[in-house]
Design a protein around this ligand. Structure first.
Ligand code: 5CA
Ligand code: ZN
Length: 409
């Protein structure tokens, strides 16, 4: 699939800082030292509805990861998927009497537009689950051959016991895993499974649903976790730097993905750090397509809201925090954007070199975007109250905000 156009990332004076970030698997901060090419996989959307503020907040977090890396002169291999075949997509298409492929294409196109408007850097490889199927089938066949997978009434399951590291990504106990598995697409109650947590790798063809050639597996369609594993292994290989997503992906999705890959390759780990963004809520509940309590990025854009203000709304919250979207959040971002734009519109101002370092320090410290915004606020307040004589300082500020925060002033 094609991704979306990249916005320029200006180079900044001085030297960028290495990223320290919270890793779910170790439960603490790790310093990510990617070498000259940083490798990141971020789980993409299931395109049955438009991009909401929760999605945007999660993609914003991983955009910041890349901006910190780019500031350290690294190249980036960024891979993102689109889950363009899955139960919710088929259910929504059936509800609306629509073709599921048309629905997926339309919502993916809208996602690209939203990401472009928000100035999120595009992945180098943007891969749909459907186009990944020819690569998924041999992986599932290999898992069957090695005894890490088994067949139940034509469906193929992964045996979680095949990976000695199973459970280490999320660190949850068996009961918590069982509850989350039932909530998030698993089938712990299905009789005949070796372990109730075992996730499906390949679902045998069902009447009235699309299916594909599965070689020795028979016709069917892939399970969710193996899709991301196949795409990540194909484009990044084992031991890539960061796997990212919202906190609702830690279990089962990232846990199972790591185990699939580790059982397949005999290598460890799948990703060096598993990074999870908090959940955005609306009216007291997590924003979710299934609940329908959503604020869409495209609706705000259509209402004339500046995408830079949407982005500042996201940046005002630490990526790991759960937070609530309100009109006030957006109003404050609109006001901040106006203050910053006024402050950089003059040819000179207070010295900006400290500010560059403060923003760098804030972001390298577990992506502390609120601290970065506070630093820019202080510079803008000084500009407004006393001004300054440093020629070109406003330009440095504006390039810093652009390069490190993705906001064009
Ligand atoms: N296609 C899968 C990943 S392979 C998927 O989870 N798709 S999604 O459309 O449901 O979500 C896309 C991303 O947005 C995921 O990282 C998910 O964790 C994140 N996300 C979903 N809802 C929220 C929310 N309310 N707040 C923050 N992030 C969210
Ligand atoms: Zn995924």
């Amino acid at each position: 699939m094609h991704a979306w156009p990249a916005s320029d990332v200006p180079a900044l004076p001085g030297k960028g800082r290495d990223l320290r970030i919270h890793d779910t698997a170790t439960g603490g901060p790790v310093t990510v030292d990617p070498g000259p090419v940083a490798r990141i996989y971020v789980c993409g959307i299931t395109p049955y509805d438009a991009t909401h503020i929760g999605h945007a907040a999660t993609y914003n977090a991983f955009d910041l990861v890349q901006r910190v890396w780019l500031d350290t002169q690294r190249q980036i291999q960024y891979v993102q998927n689109v889950t363009d075949i899955d139960d919710p997509l088929l259910e929504r298409a059936a509800r609306d009497g629509e073709d599921w492929t048309g629905l997926a294409e339309r919502e993916t196109a809208l996602f690209r537009e939203d990401m472009t408007a928000l100035r999120m850097l595009p992945p180098q490889h943007y891969i749909g689950a459907v186009e990944a199927i020819p690569g998924i089938v041999p992986l599932v066949e290999r898992l069957c051959e090695s005894g890490a997978a088994y067949v139940l009434d034509g469906d193929v399951y992964f045996s979680v016991e095949a990976d000695p590291h199973f459970g280490e990504v999320s660190g949850l106990d068996a009961e918590a895993m069982r509850l989350l598995s039932a909530e998030r697409g698993g089938d712990p109650e299905r009789p005949g499974k070796k372990n109730p947590l075992d996730p499906m790798l390949w679902m045998a063809a069902r009447e009235g649903e699309p299916d594909w050639d599965g070689g020795s597996l028979g016709r069917g369609r892939p399970g969710w976790h193996i899709e991301c594993v196949a795409i990540a292994l194909d484009h990044l290989g084992m031991g890539f730097d960061v796997q990212g997503g919202g906190s609702d992906l830690a279990f089962p999705h990232h846990e199972m993905g790591a185990s699939h890959a580790q059982a397949l390759t005999g290598e460890y780990p799948f990703a060096k750090a598993y990074v999870h963004a908090g959940m955005v809520a609306l009216d007291g509940a997590k924003m979710s397509k299934s609940k329908g309590n959503l604020v869409f990025v495209s609706t705000l854009r259509r209402a004339g809201v500046d995408p830079a203000a949407i982005r500042l709304s996201l940046l005002a919250h630490h990526y790991r925090a759960d937070w609530e979207w309100t009109d006030q959040v957006l109003d404050e971002a609109v006001a901040r954007l106006a203050r910053w734009r006024a402050a950089v519109s003059r040819p000179d101002g207070p010295a900006a070199q400290d500010l560059v370092e403060e923003v760098r320090e804030a972001l390298s410290n577990d992506l502390d975007a609120p601290a970065a915004l506070a630093a820019v606020d202080r510079w803008a307040a000084l500009q407004e109250s006393t001004g300054g004589t440093d020629e070109g300082a406003p330009g440095v500020v504006s390039r810093t905000v652009d390069a490190l925060l993705g906001v064009a002033l």
